[in-house]
Design a binder for this molecule. Structure first.
Ligand code: NAD
Length: 490
């Protein structure tokens, strides 16, 4: 395949995301020889010279990069330029356009542009409209918009934002980032399912009893209190990352592994997702908010005591839910999801629990044969574990055994960071691992039903889980009432 050539414009170039993820990822691509000709324009509010900016980029690569920066770091940063920008001022865009043209001819960039919006989402629409109006999108090559989360706050605001960015870019040119979709193991769900004769025939309601997706964080809200108060775990995690993982687990095999085919199968999952009616929210979903607690032998405060958080806050920092996908494949199989802050462990993993065998020949009182589990570890470790029953030598009965495949341990490779993959995909024009508008719209309309009810009813039990726990008791009850339990971390 041809190596990509483009001018990459990063809006929000002095921000946290650019420094921690984007610059180091670009450097990795450069260092691996995956980029052809390129240049980067950093765009942000404050005044910086090109030299000051290049120094910052260098620091960012040294501090956050995965590999030891080599001597070519100087060559890398020499391609970085800076533009001090006001997002509402046309003359600032015109200057940026002029700089882009100059760099394009200097580096021979074929008129290709990537516009990466790594700044507060309230600016996304304005920037896109200006890019069009001030003619930065009038290019001879390709133009692509890479846009960070959150994509709106609910369906209505997402529609408004989408309309704004669609004035300047077609759906094909819009790359909505969901950094979970950049993770190697999330992409691997597809391979596990569709490249193994052992799994696909069993991947349905005849053989699977339930699926559990957990994404837990140990951090609290940190400095994001102001944003998080208006968001909460449902909007911040469920609408995008959790539902994306569910759609990859549940989709039908695509007829080809192309962007359009995969996306349209994912969209069909969202369409089959059973909508939750007002009166049913508490039957299907549980919300939690962290209380104080002890983590790593240190006292940590309750959510309501965090900076910029209302002392009576009704915002959820934890969500557990039961999703039903009403189609032939999944009728009757619950997909349980849970995600939260200040939980016991930082981990994302998927447990596929297979149904019990028809009859247990190894029955002993107090001892039943364990169900088969396929565990997909997304982070921090990446890999799969298959839980089987086998006879261990010297023992008479069925004993649980685990087959492990760890991406890191066995291959000895550093899995590339999500952003590196996503940046590379956007440069190559592969939108498979980005979210299509139809997915965004359907997942918001699912989530909106729940958030409307939660916003209008104050949860009297808040705070209802201790920091360092696995969430409120109600999240366990959600599974218990169906005869299941959350498989513990192991
Ligand atoms: P940040 O606050 O650290 O950076 C914001 C950037 O925007 C700065 O470079 C600032 O100069 C620029 N900016 C702000 N107002 C401006 C204006 N009026 N004109 C021009 N420039 C202006 O934010 P961040 O953490 O880097 O996040 C950026 C985006 O990425 C957000 O949408 C966020 O949700 C998303 N995101 C961030 C992370 C992360 O790890 N930080 C992870 C996932 C998604």
């Amino acid at each position: 395949t041809e190596k990509p050539t483009a001018l990459i414009m990063i809006f929000g170039a002095t921000g946290d995301l650019a420094n921690r993820k984007l610059f180091p990822s670009l450097y990795n691509l450069f260092e691996k020889g995956k980029l052809d000709r390129f240049a980067v324009v950093g765009v942000a509010r404050r005044a910086l010279s090109n030299e000051e900016f290049q120094l910052k980029v260098k620091e960012s690569v040294k501090e956050n990069g995965e590999t030891d920066p080599k001597a070519d770091l100087d060559e890398f940063v020499s391609k970085f330029y800076y533009h001090s920008h006001d997002v509402t001022d046309s003359s600032s865009y015109l200057a940026l356009g002029k700089l882009s043209e100059e760099l394009d001819s200097h580096y021979g960039l074929n008129g290709n542009r990537i516009f990466y919006l790594a700044m507060a989402p309230e600016f996304f629409g304005t920037i896109a409209e200006h890019l069009k109006k001030d003619k930065l999108t009038d290019v001879s090559g390709f133009k692509r918009l890479v846009i960070e989360k959150p994509f709106g706050h609910d369906l209505e605001s997402a529609k408004v934002l989408n309309k704004q960015i669609r004035t300047a870019f077609t759906e094909d040119e819009i790359y909505r980032i969901d950094h979970y979709l950049g993770k190697e193991m999330v992409q691997n769900i597809e391979v596990i399912r569709f490249a193994n004769a052992m799994f696909e025939p069993l991947w349905n309601n005849r053989y699977i009893s339930n699926i559990q997706v957990t994404s837990s964080e140990t951090l609290g809200v940190e400095e994001r209190g102001r944003y998080y108060e208006k968001s909460g775990a449902l909007r911040d995690m469920v609408q995008n990352h959790m539902l994306q993982m569910v759609s990859l687990l549940a989709m039908e095999p695509p007829i080809k592994l192309t962007t359009d085919e995969i996306r349209s199968e994912k969209v069909r999952v969202f369409r089959a997702l059973r909508p939750i009616k007002d009166g049913e929210v508490n039957e299907y979903f549980v919300r939690g908010q962290y209380d104080k607690g002890v983590m790593n032998e240190k006292e940590v405060p309750a959510y309501r005591q965090e900076e910029m958080v209302d002392p009576e806050s009704n915002t959820e920092t934890f969500v557990a839910g039961k999703l039903m996908i009403d189609n032939f494949r999944w009728a009757g199989v619950p997909f349980y999801i849970r995600t939260g802050k200040r939980m016991k462990a930082k981990s994302t993993k998927i447990v596929i629990q297979f149904k019990d065998i028809p009859m247990d020949l190894y029955y002993q009182p107090e001892k039943t044969v364990n169900p088969n589990l396929l565990v997909i570890h997304i982070q921090p470790e990446e890999g799969i574990t298959l839980h089987l029953n086998a006879k261990k030598s010297g023992q008479g009965d069925a004993t649980p055994v685990k087959l492990n495949y760890a991406n890191k341990g066995i291959d000895g490779l550093n899995t590339p960071e999500a952003y590196e993959k996503l940046l590379y995909d956007s440069l190559r024009g592969d939108a498979t691992n980005f979210t299509h508008w139809d997915e965004v719209a359907l997942s918001w309309s699912f989530v909106d039903n729940i958030s409307k009810v939660w916003e209008n009813t104050k949860e009297p039990s808040f705070p209802n889980y201790a920091s360092g726990s696995m969430g409120p008791d109600a999240a366990d009850k959600l599974l218990e009432q169906d005869g299941f339990f959350w498989w513990p971390f192991n």
